[in-house]
Write a protein that binds this ligand. Structure first.
Ligand SMILES: [Zn+2]
Length: 853
């Protein structure tokens, strides 16, 4: 719920917030699924079962004939029944209720069943209909259902809310040569001329958002986990990728399942283990039991894979597997707590990757992966708390974002350290056991955890979970005859009026030949550090030396090259991140000086994760925070520094990171010639491994940076054999055209919903037409991208609004585009606040660029 502002003791917090209503009060019929409707149905509908059948033709535009039999117990028939179905009446052919045919009554995305046809006790509704297929993601030879958070109601009539779990029995009729995967195992199959009908066993208890299936021309791989079968469908055709990946993908699942069984004390909680790799899938993965959907390119790696790619894959598989316990077995009551399943999935995935990579690398990876991404939202005027209010499920998509995925894991780690690992684990085990196969809220969890802890969890919860933003740290130090006589550290909220973020971190006093570490138990607004008294004056002070602290730290020696001599890579990363945050909050750290500092680090950095961080910051600063004139004045020097670093660094992975860095920043004619030859001859620089995907990316970059007509993309298209990857490049070609009119037509085509179906392709295309080199010709259309946002949210998947905005506004810096954003917000004073927040988040760099010059 949105920020519970009244101070309630923890016991009260633990009770479920239920919207008060009398039994006779009517539930208004409105679009979406209101919280009031969900609460009413939860109280009166029980033991729901869906028997669903879909006849899916091979041709993706032919309608899907479907039938739903819905059985449930009703405890009150004072109200007519609202079945969610977000289609129009042309989709419904007949409705039978308890054996009698009734007239079709459609209202505001609901099928209304008059109470006269219902009875208390067992009811049975049978509906013949044409399935809505927007969320079935139909392609020429495969389709997949992705129904989170409230898209089940677009496909079939249902009670689309997470706390009405049901058993689903599915039958699918598909072309004879298609393979299928669903939540439950196949019971039997019957050939029907050119088609085959698969009947599946009854599923486990599932909320509607976890119901799913996929069908299509796939390859199938099977492996065992003890006595259980694991099935894997994929469309990859590259034999090297298949050979190098399939076993590792199964192994990653085995490792994750085994870890989670041990940690939770609960065996794998579902009847079926199955997963599918989907080309250009819009998320990293989605955790439907029995049919986990993954983005194929995150699973299938080749010789060009970096260590980061491999860790990323393990982490993704572990995340989706952790959901089987967190989210699938114990499910949130309402989507306002969607962050809980995400934070646990990330938290457990982190524990699994920690085992694999060792504590040191893990801590570094945690810092680099989560902190910059969390700050990226939390420092903005659109920052949201971890827990937000949600009045209608149709807005659930806007809850997702970096706060859930990146700040929440930081918060959870602080909570674990506050409680102690063992007490925390015991508390979570108790929570899982108590709510097994049911639903629970965050407050239910906090109530259980508080039994296992003496810490003031309520105060902690208030600022970390219910409040947005981060603290700013300051310090004061005094010396007496070269020795520290006083050292205090303080914190205050960056934007909000107040707030103390209880947390622990360390400070290092760095001397020429050693360091002294000081623990900082930062539980007040001001603390002094008695352990520092009497110590000699250090060369410099390194704040957040262990990387655990969350907030903006003093930038005292941010750009000192002595930083590169710090032995611990975690400390160097902490400096890199803090320097960037200080550049954004200005004025101590200037963008051009920071760029030089990071560039100097490219030859000296010896850790791959850190090098990756530097190569991420460099293009960001270069394209967004430098004026075109400044950019031009340093471009050849920057190109040279990166190329030299690539030649100097010995490891292949390092070289590749630097080559990619060069690819993103180069602008000179000589660099363009060099890159063109590498692509044309497919001859990578010495020591760099480039794969087909890398050459496709090079072709795109060449097209982006050339204003003369050329055939680079056509040639690249001929080089690609995989059908899915070919279609992607074909889609992107107009967005990369040297002709501005063609690019603008590409954008105009996105106004049609059907052209926005492949969201990952759309965002790639948008980032090309909004690249700083191409912005000028797109400027007249910038406003239209905001005008479309609401529709993008209503019709797209959950991450689409932010990826849409990010791809468009990520690299703008000028006044005129900032004015476009301001005008839009001023003209829409009552704009959906969650979407407005997304705009403020996505345009934060643009806003800060205004202040810098
Ligand atoms: Zn997740």
């Amino acid at each position: 719920m949105h920020i519970i502002k009244i101070l309630l003791p923890i016991v009260l917090l633990a009770s479920t917030p239920v919207i008060a209503q009398s039994h006779t009060a009517g539930i208004t019929i409105e679009n979406g699924v209101s919280h009031a409707l969900a609460v009413y149905r939860h109280n009166h509908i029980h033991q729901t079962r869906y028997d669903l059948s879909f006849q899916i033709p091979g041709l993706k535009n032919s309608p899907i004939q479907a039938e739903a039999s819905i059985s449930f117990l009703l405890t009150s028939k004072e109200q007519s029944l609202q079945l969610d179905f977000k289609q129009d009446s042309t989709h419904v052919q007949s409705i039978t209720v308890n054996g009698r045919s009734i007239p079709i009554q459609f209202q505001k995305e609901h099928l209304i069943i008059d109470q006269a046809h219902l009875k208390t006790g067992a009811n049975h509704i049978n509906i013949r209909f044409i399935a809505g297929d927007e969320s079935l993601h139909r392609n020429d030879d495969y389709c997949y259902a992705l129904l989170v958070p409230d898209r089940a109601r677009t496909v079939f009539p249902c009670f689309d809310q997470p706390d009405l779990k049901a058993v689903f029995t599915l039958s699918l009729e598909v072309p004879l040569d298609w393979k299928v995967l669903a939540n439950a195992a196949v019971l039997d199959s019957i050939i029907n001329q050119q088609n085959i009908v698969y009947h599946f066993k009854p599923s486990d208890q599932l909320p509607t958002y976890l119901f799913s299936f996929t069908a299509g021309k796939y390859r199938l791989a099977n492996q065992q986990l003890a006595d259980r079968n694991m099935g894997f469908l994929y469309r990859e055709t590259d034999t090297a990728k298949i050979r190098l990946s399939v076993d590792s993908i199964f192994q990653a699942h085995r490792n994750a399942i085994s870890f989670l069984q041990n940690w939770t004390g609960i065996p794998f909680p579902f009847q079926k283990i199955g997963f599918v790799a989907i080309p250009s899938f819009q998320f990293g993965g989605m955790e439907h039991p029995g049919v986990v959907e993954y983005n194929a390119s995150s699973l299938f790696l080749d010789e060009g894979a970096t260590r980061e790619n491999i860790i990323g894959r393990t982490s993704l598989v572990s995340h989706e597997t952790a959901h089987m316990w967190f989210g699938d077995m114990v499910t949130m009551e309402w989507f306002n707590d969607v962050w809980m399943k995400e934070v646990f999935a990330n938290f457990m995935a982190d524990k699994i990757t920690e085992q694999l990579m060792g504590k040191e690398t893990f801590n570094l990876n945690f810092l680099v992966d989560h902190y910059p991404a969390a700050y990226g939202i939390d420092r903005t005027a659109g920052a949201n708390p971890i827990r937000q209010q949600l009045d209608n499920l149709q807005d659930a998509g806007s809850l997702y974002g970096n706060i859930i995925y990146h700040k929440a894991p930081i918060m959870m780690r602080q909570l674990e350290s506050l409680m102690g690992k063992q007490s925390f684990q015991q508390g979570v085990r108790e929570y899982l056991a108590r709510y097994k196969y049911g639903n629970a809220t965050w407050n239910d969890l906090i109530a259980i955890l508080s039994k296992h802890s003496t810490a003031k969890l309520y105060d902690w919860n208030q600022v970390w979970v219910n409040q947005s933003g981060r603290p700013v740290f300051d310090y004061s130090i005094r010396y007496d005859q070269g020795l520290i006589s006083q050292f205090t550290v303080s914190q205050h909220a960056e934007h909000s009026a107040s707030g103390i973020w209880p947390q622990r971190f360390s400070i290092a006093l760095v001397y020429p030949d050693h360091q002294t570490l000081l623990e900082v138990p930062m539980n007040e607004s001001l603390i002094s550090l008695p352990a520092a008294i009497g110590l000699p004056k250090p060369s410099f002070i390194l704040f957040n030396a262990d990387g655990a602290g969350y907030g903006l730290f003093p930038a005292a020696h941010a750009l000192d090259t002595a930083v590169f001599h710090l032995k611990d890579p975690l400390q160097r990363a902490s400096v890199y991140i803090n320097a960037y945050e200080n550049m954004l909050s200005g004025p101590a750290v200037k963008a051009d000086s920071l760029l030089l500092f990071y560039t100097a680090g490219l030859t000296r950095e010896t850790n791959e994760i850190n090098l990756k961080l530097l190569t991420r910051y460099i293009p960001g600063i270069y394209w967004t925070f430098l004026s075109p004139a400044k950019r031009q004045s340093i471009s050849s020097q920057l190109e040279q520094s990166i190329w030299t670093a690539m030649e100097k660094q010995p490891a292949a992975n390092f070289k590749k990171l630097l080559f990619k860095n060069f690819e993103s920043i180069y602008t000179s004619v000589s660099a363009a010639q060099k890159i063109y030859l590498i692509w044309k001859d497919q001859k990578a620089p010495s020591g760099v491994k480039l794969t087909e995907d890398d050459y496709t990316s090079l072709a795109q970059t060449i097209a982006l940076k050339t204003d003369k007509p050329n055939h680079v993309l056509e040639v690249q298209l001929d080089r690609i054999s995989n059908k899915d990857r070919k279609s992607r490049l074909q889609f992107l070609m107009p967005a990369l055209s040297p002709d501005a009119a063609t690019r603008n037509l590409f954008f105009a085509s996105l106004k049609e919903r059907t052209n926005r179906q492949k969201e990952a392709w759309v965002t790639a295309g948008l980032s090309f037409i909004n690249h700083p080199l191409r912005q000028q010709s797109f400027m007249p259309h910038l406003r239209e991208t905001l005008d479309l946002l609401q529709e993008v949210q209503l019709t797209g998947d959950v991450f689409f609004p932010q990826s849409w905005l990010g791809a468009i506004f990520g690299n703008y810096r000028d006044k005129a585009s900032w004015q476009v954003v301001q005008d839009f917000l001023n003209q829409h004073p009552n704009y959906n606040p969650k979407l407005k927040a997304k705009i403020l988040q996505a345009t934060d760099n643009l806003y800060r660029a205004q202040k810098m010059y």
